[in-house]
Design a protein around this ligand. Structure first.
Ligand code: SAM
Length: 298
């Protein structure tokens, strides 16, 4: 499934589509929750398999993505409910819908191609923009607040912990010297001053990842969700989580292991599933994707 802009260029290709569908093992009358519905790529694939008795619930923090998704998902015979929220607060959403448990949950973490390619949102280090990086534009804290106001050692810790960047202290000190930073290219200049050319691209990717994780509280939300989803997944229901970096994947792996130890779930993927060579060639985003799946057993 390829999502196209009105001009005809594709804007988002869902990763691991066949693997997600196979493992979710959709029951046609079931209730499915997509906690990161994004541009509706996986959603449309799931809806293709649902009957009018089923129900699809989509959540996203990004209102722009949701309004795109709303248009894309009209016309399916299955009821579709979309919510502007964070997936870690999905319980009140199910309560509002009068739904006790769901048959399957999907989280496709990270950011969509639309977000990465939006020049004004500051997610990409290749396009100059305000230092924003918010998934939810109604959130107060932007990347610029963190970059310009966090004490320098705390900023270094963010870059080290969430970006796993060795030169975190030097980068943070150079950022401090250049404050206030206004744009993506200001931040790039601070990174450039701190890194040798051979490592620069990787360092940029790591710093941008770190700031994005911090701005959006990504790891805390994932942790909170993983500590609370189990009682709202039906017995026999499956959860599929696609992560895009080792910090997320580690959290998913460990929480699944704990739940397996306590006898709540069976892990269906001993090792994470990666995209095939062919998918990796066609869809760059899939190169870092790791899919883990588990089934609730009691
Ligand atoms: C990789 S995209 C999902 C793409 C989607 N699976 C598709 O096929 O179109 C990730 C989405 O997760 C959203 N997101 C990130 N953190 C979130 C959170 N805590 N709660 C809800 N949505 C979140 C982002 O706004 C983005 O739209």
């Amino acid at each position: 499934m390829i999502i196209k802009r009105q001009t005809g260029t594709q804007i988002h290709v869902p990763v691991l589509p066949t693997e997600v569908l196979d493992y979710l093992n959709i029951s046609t009358d079931g209730v499915y929750l997509d906690g990161t519905v994004g541009l509706g790529g996986h959603a449309a694939l799931i809806l293709n398999q649902l009957s009018p008795k089923g129900h699809f619930i989509g959540i996203d923090r990004d209102e722009e993505a949701l309004s795109y998704c709303k248009n894309l998902l009209v016309g399916y015979p299955t009821p579709v409910s979309l919510f502007h929220s964070s997936y870690h607060t999905f319980k009140p959403i199910l309560d509002e819908l009068g739904i006790d448990t769901v048959n399957g949950i999907l989280l496709d973490l990270g950011l969509s191609s639309l977000q990465l390619d939006s020049p004004e949102r500051g997610f990409s280090y290749t396009v100059d923009a305000d230092l924003d990086m918010r998934f939810d534009s109604s959130q107060e804290i932007k990347a610029s607040d963190i970059i310009n106001h966090l004490p320098v050692m705390d900023l270094a810790d963010v870059i080290y912990e969430y970006g796993e960047e060795r030169r975190s202290r030097l980068i943070a000190r150079n950022i401090e010297k250049m404050r206030p930073l206004r744009t993506v290219f200001n931040l790039i200049e601070a990174i450039r001053k701190s890194t040798p050319p051979s490592h620069r691209d990787r360092s940029m990717a790591r710093v941008f990842q770190a700031l994005r994780i911090k701005v959006n509280g990504e790891l805390d939300k994932l942790d909170s969700f993983l500590n609370s989803f189990i009682d709202r997944l039906s017995v026999g229901g499956r959860i599929a989580i696609i992560s895009f970096h080792s910090l997320e994947d580690r959290i998913v792996k460990h929480r699944f292991k704990d739940l397996a130890k306590s006898g709540d779930i069976s892990i269906l993927t001993k090792k994470p599933i990666l995209a095939s060579a062919e998918e990796q060639k066609e869809n760059r985003r899939s190169r870092s994707a790791k899919l883990r799946i588990a089934e609730r057993i009691v």
